[in-house]
Ligand binder design. Structure first.
Ligand code: MN
Length: 208
C-alpha cells in the first residue's frame, strides 16, 4: 500500500479566521506529506505491513522490526491523525444526534465536555493530540496522546486510554504557532467553532 495525501475537501482558507490559510497550507502539504513520505519509505520492504490500510497498520506495530518500530509508529500516526483531523474540521455545525446525547450522558453537558477537553489540552506537556474516544466498554473519554500516537495504538500498552477516535485536536505548535504563537488556549478555544459535528457523529454511530 502506498499512502497518498488525502485532499482536504475544502479550501485552505475555509477555516478562517479560526485557522489561517497559511497554517493550513503548510500543515497539509508539508507536515502531513512528510509523514506519508516517511511511512511509505519505512514499510516498503516489510511485506507484513505494506499491504495494510492505515487503521490496520497502526494496530499492527508489534509486527514492525524493532529498529524501525518507533519511526513507523510516529509516521503512521502522523498520517492517520492528520487524516482524521482534516475531515473533522468544518465551520458552522453544532453537536446533534446520538453523539450529543452520549456526550451529555458522560459529561453532563456540552459545556462541561468542552471544559474538560480544554483542560486536557492545556495540561498536556509538549507536542501531542487531545481526543474524544469511544472505549471498548462503550463509554466516551477525553484523553491525550504524546507525539503522533493514536489511541488505537494502545490496546496492549495503555488499555486505560485505548479507544476509537471520535474527535481529535492537533496540539503540536506547528498546528497553530503562525497565528496564535504561544497562545495555545486561544487556538483550543477556536477549535469549538470548527469541529465538524457531522463527521464526529458519523464516526460515533458507526462504532456503536
Ligand atoms: Mn500536525
Amino acid at each position: 500500500m502506498n499512502y497518498t495525501l488525502p485532499p482536504l475537501g475544502y479550501k485552505y482558507e475555509a477555516l478562517e479566521p479560526y485557522i489561517d490559510e497559511h497554517t493550513m497550507f503548510i500543515h497539509h502539504t508539508k507536515h502531513h506529506q512528510s509523514y506519508i513520505n516517511n511511512i511509505n519509505e519505512a514499510i516498503k520492504d516489510i511485506p507484513q505491513l505494506n499491504k495494510l490500510n492505515i487503521y490496520d497498520l497502526i494496530q499492527s506495530l508489534d509486527e514492525a522490526p524493532s529498529n524501525k518500530k518507533i519511526f513507523i509508529q510516529n509516521n503512521a500516526g502522523g498520517h492517520i491523525n492528520h487524516s482524521i483531523f482534516w475531515i473533522g474540521l468544518k465551520k458552522g455545525t453544532l453537536p446533534y444526534g446520538d453523539l450529543k446525547l452520549a456526550i451529555e450522558k458522560e459529561f453532563n453537558s456540552i459545556e462541561n465536555f468542552k471544559k474538560i477537553f480544554e483542560m486536557q489540552a492545556m495540561q498536556h506537556f509538549g507536542s501531542g493530540w487531545v481526543w474524544l474516544i469511544l472505549k471498548p466498554c462503550g463509554t466516551l473519554s477525553i484523553i491525550s496522546t504524546i507525539n503522533q500516537d493514536n489511541p488505537l495504538m494502545y490496546k496492549n500498552t495503555h488499555p486505560d486510554i485505548y479507544g476509537y477516535p471520535i474527535i481529535g485536536l492537533d496540539i503540536w505548535e506547528h498546528a497553530y504557532y503562525l497565528k496564535y504563537e504561544n497562545r495555545r488556549h486561544e487556538y483550543i478555544n477556536a477549535f469549538w467553532s470548527i469541529i465538524n459535528w457531522h463527521e464526529a457523529n458519523e464516526r460515533f454511530i458507526q462504532q456503536i
